[in-house]
Design a protein around this ligand. Structure first.
Ligand code: ZN
Length: 252
C-alpha cells in the first residue's frame, strides 16, 4: 500500500462547471471538525524531584521572591533543555541542524495519529514491522505519528527510566520512508537507554523529523484515533530542545 501525499494537488472535476485544484489536506480541513472544548493536556508537570533522563541536570524550581517579603511571587528555574514533555530540534544531534527557535510555528501544529504499541514488552525495541502493522493505511504524508508504549503509566518508576521501550534503526528508517513530520513517544527518549550511537535520533532529526518526548499517559484515550496536536516549545535561541506544552484536540 502506498501512502497518500496529502499536500499533492489533485483536480476535482464538475464543481461550479469547472475544475478545482485542491490538496487532500485542504479537503480534510474543510470536512474536519476539531473539538476545541475537549482539548486535552498531554504535558507532565514540571516540579522538584520529577523524573528525568538519568544523567540530565536535576531540575530545580525555587521561590526567588514572595508577595509577603518582596511584593511579588517569582520562581527561579534551573533545568536541562530536555526536561519533562519536550521537543527535540535537529540541533540535538545534527551539528548544523536548526535550533528550536528556527522551527516555523505552523510545523508545530498539525494532525497526528496515535498508535498503540503497548503490546510491546516494556524495554523492548519497536521495529519497522511493528510500525507497519499499526500505521499502514492510517497515516498520511506530513502527519505527526505518536506512539503509545504504556511506559508513561510507569512515570516516576525508576526502574523504567533505564529500561523503556525505544525505536530500532529500521523503525526510524520506516518513519523517514513515510515522510512523517514528527514522531512522539510517551517516555523519556526514542533511543534505547545508554545506546552507544544515538541512531534513532540521528536518522529522524537528520531527515528533519522533530521528536516529541515524555508525553503523558493521557494519550491513552486517543489510541487508534486522529487528533489535532499542538506542541509549543519555549523559544530557546539556538536550542537543541525545549520543554513544551502539548495539547490534543479530538477530531469529530
Ligand atoms: Zn530529547
Amino acid at each position: 500500500m502506498t501512502t497518500i501525499d496529502s499536500q499533492e494537488p489533485i483536480w476535482l472535476a464538475g464543481i461550479d462547471n469547472g475544475n478545482l485544484l485542491v490538496t487532500l489536506r485542504q479537503i480534510q480541513t474543510l470536512i474536519t471538525m476539531y473539538i476545541f472544548q475537549k482539548a486535552t493536556d498531554l504535558t507532565h508537570r514540571l516540579h522538584n524531584g520529577m523524573p528525568i533522563y538519568p544523567g540530565d541536570p536535576s531540575p530545580s524550581f525555587e521561590s526567588y521572591s514572595t508577595l509577603e517579603k518582596e511584593g511579588v511571587n517569582l520562581t527561579k528555574i534551573v533545568m536541562g533543555s530536555h526536561t519533562g514533555t519536550h521537543l527535540d530540534a535537529p540541533r540535538h544531534f545534527i551539528q548544523d541542524g536548526i535550533g528550536i527557535d528556527q522551527i516555523p510555528v505552523n510545523r508545530l501544529m498539525g494532525e497526528a495519529y496515535v498508535a498503540d504499541l503497548s503490546q510491546k514488552p516494556i524495554g523492548s525495541g519497536i521495529t519497522s514491522r511493528d510500525l507497519l502493522s499499526v500505521l499502514e493505511g492510517n497515516i498520511l504524508i506530513d502527519d505527526i505519528v505518536i506512539c503509545y508504549t504504556g511506559c508513561s503509566e510507569r512515570w516516576g518508576d525508576d526502574s523504567v527510566n533505564h529500561n523503556y521501550t525505544y525505536f530500532t534503526e529500521d523503525a526510524a528508517d520506516y518513519l523517514v520512508s513515510k515522510k512523517v513530520r514528527a514522531v512522539g513517544v510517551d517516555f523519556l527518549s526514542v533511543e534505547k537507554f545508554n545506546a552507544l550511537e544515538p541512531i534513532a535520533h540521528k536518522i529522524l532529526l537528520g531527515n528533519g523529523i522533530f521528536i516529541i518526548e515524555s508525553l503523558s499517559s493521557a494519550l491513552k484515550q486517543f489510541l487508534g484515533k486522529r487528533i489535532l496536536m499542538i506542541c509549543m516549545p519555549i523559544k530557546l535561541e539556538g536550542g537543541d530542545g525545549a520543554p513544551a506544552r502539548v495539547v490534543a484536540i479530538p477530531i469529530g
